[in-house]
Design a binder for this molecule. Sequence first.
Ligand code: NAD
Length: 269
Amino acid sequence: MAQSDRVAIVTGGANGIGRACARRFAEDGLKVVIADRDRDSGKSLAEELGADKDRALFVDCDVSDKLSVANLMAETRSAFGRLDILVNNAGIVAKGDILSLETDDFDKVLAVNLRGAFLVARAAARQMIDQIEHDDERPDDCRKRYAIINMSSVNAVVAIADQLAYCATKGAINQMTKSMALALAAQGVRVNAVGPGSINTDVLKAVLEDRKAMGKVLSRTPLGKIGDPDEIAGVVAFLASKDASYITGECIYADGGRLALNYLSSSSD
Ligand code: NAD
């Protein structure tokens, strides 16, 4: 694969879906910044992806912290001099419905999934607009180069009773995606979201180990299997590519058919 001059930041890039996105960008020849709180996994991934050439960087970053996000941008500029793609992927869950959810847990989930996504997107968008103005780039060229991809979920549209905070943040991510897309359209920075269904990462570990819970998940998954992180990374790579140059303000659901389903899927029989 030919090497590109494009630089991508992936938040939550040390594990799960973010890790698959970082790996996919590196395979596609992009330079990658892995921004995560998990130092061990993040560092070893950066070493692996950038082993023979300085094309991958790990930055210890808490997306919910404004200073930490400012540091992420500074480190990115210092290592690679520019930013072209952001995958706003870091996310957490906390159990609790409207009767049981603790205020602290509500705040924690909002801090990472929504405030964090906002802080990183704002910093990234400002960096991209600076570059566009400095280089006097045409919007038609920018649409092929610059992209922000927010990690949403099917839970932006359907809901789980005891994941109130998580569902609320993913609904908000979809609206934030549209608002950002409108604000940045004139300059040619495209903003889209990806909405995964059930994907094989640590978040789903408890479900994967419980046959009954797995049966329930599959009964709501017409394609009859849990998704692989690579299958989300492929959609992210498409949205970041010039093939998606006319797409902005959209959420693409990679959910094995879940949102299309009315009656329960026969794959649960
Ligand atoms: P994961 O737990 O495997 O990975 C999440 C990563 O985010 C971890 O590396 C973690 O260290 C990092 N992270 C957590 N808080 C952070 C913070 N404050 N700052 C920086 N990094 C932080 O989870 P995943 O399943 O890969 O989920 C990634 C994204 O995909 C999340 O936004 C999640 O909501 C979304 N998603 C996942 C699924 C699924 O089934 N796995 C489904 C729909 C949406």
